[in-house]
Design a protein around this ligand. Structure first.
Ligand code: CA
Length: 252
């Protein structure tokens, strides 16, 4: 954890790459390479390992997706045309589950227009084949530096990400607009993610005053948060614990 990190970050799911100091990221970073052409796998592996990265490779999509979602990688290099599961499908599930992991997409020139153009350019970088090794190394290294620097002021749980200084909130890579009170409530829930917190704890921390025990302001604001963070078929991971309070996240 970089110096100056909020101590509450210790309770959070480790961010990918957060352990890597900006100038030492290459020494510790693990890169997942999902690519079905053995020649490119060898080329990329040798290049990245030569720069001090640890590389794990998957040669088809299903295994690649499993590794991407369950392994703890600092970056993913992803081919689009893959057997088993397409790179775009993998990208979609990675962005939903682990939106902080930088993904560098490898693509043939002909694929750019129809496949890559619609992607969020801020979330995904891409390289056109054939690419120079130095360019790939630079693309992998650059977001790791940004992540390492941002981690002290960024909280994330599951696919929710909160940048404390700018008060920006994203879920699954999509920006969410919150009021000041909603933002404070979300930060409180994230800092206690996986724990059940009572309405009294929430009131004391977010509203900070002695309250009428009959007030339903917490429930009302949890409702607002759920509405803003939820998406069709994918409700916000804020659970009601009957007669006690609320819990953010499924862990615990
Ligand atoms: Ca391919």
């Amino acid at each position: 954890m970089p110096n100056g990190a909020d101590s509450a970050l210790g309770q959070l799911t480790p961010r990918r790459g957060a352990d890597a100091a900006p100038d030492a990221s290459a020494g510790t970073a693990r890169v997942l390479l999902i690519e079905d052409e053995p020649g490119i796998v060898d080329f990329v592996r040798r290049g990245l390992e030569g720069e001090g990265f640890r590389v794990e490779a998957a040669l088809e999509g299903v295994e690649g997706e499993q590794l991407a979602l369950n392994g703890s990688f600092d970056a993913i290099v992803l081919d689009l045309m893959l057997p088993g599961r397409s790179g775009l499908e993998i990208l979609t599930s990675v962005r939903r589950r682990t939106p902080n992991v930088p993904v560098i997409v490898l693509t043939a020139r002909a694929e750019i227009e129809d496949r890559v153009a619609g992607l969020d350019a801020g979330a995904v970088d891409y390289l056109v084949k054939p690419f120079a090794l130095a360019e790939l190394v630079a693309r992998v290294r650059s977001p790791l530096r940004v992540v390492a620097q941002a981690s002290a002021s960024t909280l994330s749980v599951e696919d929710i990400e909160v940048v404390l200084l700018s008060r920006r909130v994203r879920r699954g890579g999509h920006s969410v607009q919150l009021s000041t009170t909603e933002f404070e409530l979300l930060v409180f829930l994230i800092r206690h993610h996986g724990e059940v917190v009572t309405r009294e704890q929430i009131l004391a921390s977010v509203w900070g005053y002695e309250h009428d025990p009959a007030t339903n302001v917490v429930d009302v604001y949890v409702g607002y948060l759920r509405r803003k963070l939820g998406r069709p078929g994918d409700p916000a991971p804020i659970f009601t614990v009957r007669a006690v309070g609320y819990r953010l996240g499924s862990a615990g």
